[in-house]
Design a protein around this ligand. Structure first.
Ligand SMILES: [Zn+2]
Length: 227
């Protein structure tokens, strides 16, 4: 019988690299930021962190050093922020991969996904380190969260009267089931005939920041081996 959950290509190098980054003194000093690395269907690697990462960032160069030491020749890119505030690491990568039409085959974060990222990765069919959809949302509410593809934000600061869990539920029901997964698609909300009532109303889903756009840089420089 075929294995229903084959190991994604490049899982070994993504896991090894993330574990290496977590083992560094800098990661402890930085109070464990959410560093995220993904492999794509075209066998490329993309790294990022909250609000994006430049190709010259320490973690990008340390990842490059690790890949060099492992004698890997996959191209490494650093995904920058795509729009507005609160660009979570996973979403920076999802945005770049979406715009490049090169889907994520595997992603690993040093921290749990927040609920909104978790739902968005599930919707995009992305495999996480704990298996498909396994990297559970952290449950902690977010003050502001920006969708990587659609011009849409949610968060407790934006909808202060709607519980975070209901906002994530609305994201699932009223956006992902309705909007086509197309780059630059206009956000069209259903005309009063959603499948079920949710606490958040459709007209409350705010369009704030215009259509997101991605950018990335190839990581060409590795950290020096000075330890
Ligand atoms: Zn998130």
């Amino acid at each position: 019988m075929a294995n229903p959950n084959p190991v994604p290509p490049l899982k070994d190098i993504v896991d090894g690299c993330i574990e290496h980054l977590m083992s560094t003194d800098k990661y402890q000093e930085d109070q464990s930021p959410n560093i995220t690395l993904a492999a794509t269907v075209a066998n490329e690697l993309v790294i990022s962190m909250v609000n994006g990462m430049s190709g010259k960032h320490w973690y990008a160069k340390e990842a490059k050093k690790y890949l060099n030491e492992e004698e890997r020749d996959e191209t490494l890119y650093a995904a920058q922020k795509f729009n507005g505030p609160s660009n979570h690491a996973e979403m920076c990568i999802l945005c770049v991969c979406h715009d490049d039409n090169d889907p994520i085959s595997y992603i690993r974060c040093t921290a749990n996904n927040c609920d909104a990222c978790h739902e968005t990765l599930r919707w995009a069919g992305v495999t996480t380190q704990n298996g498909k959809n396994g990297n559970q949302g952290g449950g902690k509410s977010q003050t502001g969260w920006v969708h990587p593809i659609f011009p849409l934000s949610i968060g407790t600061q934006i909808f202060s009267d709607v519980p975070w869990a209901d906002q994530v539920e609305a994201l699932k029901d009223e956006v992902h089931d309705v909007v086509n997964y197309q780059s630059g698609a206009n956000l069209t909300l259903p005309g009063g005939n959603s499948k079920k009532d949710t606490t958040i109303s459709q007209d409350k889903l705010k369009v704030l920041f215009g259509t997101p756009g991605s950018s990335s840089q190839e990581v060409t420089q590795a950290n020096e081996d000075d330890e």
